[in-house]
Design a protein around this ligand. Structure first.
Ligand SMILES: [Zn+2]
Ligand SMILES: [Zn+2]
Length: 322
């Protein structure tokens, strides 16, 4: 889906929309795959509220508490996250995984896989599928056992080296978790872990955004492109920033995208299909900043540029109101 699509179609991205894997702590072979813009709220919903009288609402009796063990995120749009969710739930028949690579080959119709090894294998297969491999997707893992299964990689499915894994397996749901457990939610869910994960993603995006805004302010609110040297009109074009704090490089979207795409070794996997196909990808995965020579990931660059644009626009409009 990243091929033949316009860059501007890809840049309306929400915050932290992702696909999660839940594991029942009472029935360890029971899993659930879903998607959400807010993993913390969603986990709480899955584990249900207690009524005032203290009785459980017994949805899916016997499975709770659920633990969120994996979260796949960094999708460029809700639609793309929903596609991933659906493909993972129906891994035995999804068009995103070639028939020869499927873990079931149609023998059993068992959704996302019968064992935890198969479930994670299907997730890996999707991460290296043509549809999802260029999107800058990341994975967070919250459970030691799941992490070990992931690392063991029983079916030897290699994912691209740029798929970043955020390992957050310390067991946090102990006493500190009181706030979240008290009165409302079933004990045992890893609420604190997920809350801290969510906050850490937001905090790092927030920091990047304020660094970038500071760079724009330093240049008197005018940004010029470090490639074509033209001044970038914020109303017509998206200003994109090198993500490193000490580097002042800014680019217009098209110049940097093109420059990154020209770095073939970072963006192409030399596969035969790609060579035969006349369609060239128009969205890069990653590339170097031409000033500081460090690697930037396109997905991070775009998310940040959109956050900065939003913030600058809202401060401008509130200044006008005054
Ligand atoms: Zn330019
Ligand atoms: Zn730079």
């Amino acid at each position: 889906m990243s091929q033949g699509k316009c860059i501007s179609d890809e840049i309306k991205m929400p915050q932290l929309y992702g696909v999660y894997l839940l594991r029942s702590l009472r029935k360890k072979n029971s899993f659930y795959i879903g998607s959400t813009p807010d993993p913390y709220r969603r986990l709480r919903q899955h584990n249900g509220e207690l009524t005032r009288g203290g009785a459980y609402r017994t949805k899916r009796n016997g499975f709770r508490p659920w633990k969120m063990v994996l979260f796949v995120y960094g999708f460029p749009s809700n639609v793309s996250a929903l596609q991933f969710e659906h493909a993972w739930q129906h891994a035995y028949q999804t068009r995103h995984i070639p028939v020869c690579k499927r873990r079931h080959n149609g023998k059993r119709h068992t959704g996302s896989g019968t064992s935890v090894d198969e479930k994670l294998a299907n997730c890996r297969l999707l991460l290296c599928s043509d549809s999802f491999k260029r999107l800058g997707i990341q994975i967070a893992v919250f459970d030691k056992e799941i992490y070990q299964v992931w690392i063991k990689n029983k079916f030897h499915i290699l994912i691209p080296d740029y798929v970043h894994m955020n390992i957050r397996i310390e067991d946090l749901h102990t006493e500190e978790d009181k706030d979240d457990n008290d009165a409302c939610f079933i004990k045992g869910g890893n609420y604190l872990q997920i809350k801290q994960f969510k906050e850490s993603v937001y905090a790092s995006e927030e920091e990047l955004k304020s660094d970038s805004i500071a760079k724009t302010k330093m240049s008197n609110m005018t940004n010029s492109c470090s490639i074509c040297a033209k001044e970038i009109d914020q109303k017509l074009d998206l200003v994109v920033y090198c993500i490193y704090k000490d580097c002042l490089a800014t680019y217009d979207l098209k110049c940097w995208a093109q420059s990154m795409l020209n770095e073939k070794q970072l963006n192409e996997e030399n596969n035969e299909k790609q060579k035969q196909s006349s369609i060239k990808p128009i969205i890069p995965i990653r590339g170097h900043c031409l000033k500081c020579k460090r690697v930037n990931f396109w997905n991070t660059v775009i998310r940040n540029a959109l956050h900065v644009k939003d913030e600058l626009q809202s401060t401008q409009s509130s200044q006008l109101d005054e």
